[in-house]
Write a protein that binds this ligand. Structure first.
Ligand code: 5GP
Ligand code: ZN
Length: 113
């Protein structure tokens, strides 16, 4: 946990979120500024600043996180979806607590802008 991290505050319940899933290591909630009809985030409860900061001991957690994102997409009726993690400000990362974006419900073009 990091005191001033927005997503750690959501984990601690200090900031409300529209939660989809929670267990002892993961939390999923809807993005406050959705970029598609379905847009939610899956985060670890452990504070990791981004994919580039993952440690070898996080491998099981990150596997569970990606699997849960795909499972929640299916459960929310998204057949085709994009699972994406931004790593670094230049790649669009604005919250420095690792998160998997799950987007769907509309055609998604490639490459992203
Ligand atoms: P990033 O740009 O770091 O990859 O993604 C951060 C995401 O967090 C953005 O899509 C943004 O809309 C979302 N976000 C920022 N603040 C909040 C918040 O307070 N609550 C929720 N639910 N999402 C947030
Ligand atoms: Zn955090």
């Amino acid at each position: 946990m990091a005191d001033n991290c927005l997503f750690c505050k959501i984990i601690r319940g200090e900031i409300p979120a529209d939660k989809l899933y929670e267990d002892d290591q993961l939390l999923a909630f809807r993005d406050i500024a959705p970029q598609a009809p379905q847009h939610f985030l899956v985060i670890p409860k452990k504070h990791v600043s981004g994919p580039g900061a993952l440690a070898p001991e996080d491998e099981k957690m990150i596997g569970a996180l990606v699997r849960k994102g795909a499972e929640l997409a299916r459960e929310n009726g998204i057949t085709d979806c994009r699972l994406v993690m931004n790593n670094g400000a230049g790649a669009g990362q604005t919250v420095f607590h690792l998160h998997l974006h799950v987007l769907g419900g509309r055609p998604l073009s490639w490459p992203p802008g």
